[in-house]
Design a protein around this ligand. Structure first.
Ligand SMILES: [Zn+2]
Length: 57
């Protein structure tokens, strides 16, 4: 599969534990203009420890 992003594969990305464990679909995506960080979240509210920092790839 081709990498579908313009950003580098090692771009910092926040993903919630629900998506990481495949318990929930990605319903919320944001891309911050200032630090270029991506966020992939399931749409629920999260505690800080439920968010994981991964690379975009
Ligand atoms: Zn979640």
């Amino acid at each position: 599969m081709e990498f579908p992003f313009y950003d580098s594969p090692d771009t910092a990305t926040i993903i919630c534990c629900h998506i990481l464990k495949r318990q929930a679909p990605i319903l919320y995506v944001s891309h911050d203009e200032d630090d270029e960080m991506w966020q992939f979240l399931c749409g629920e509210t999260h505690e800080t420890d439920e968010a994981k920092l991964v690379s975009l790839k």
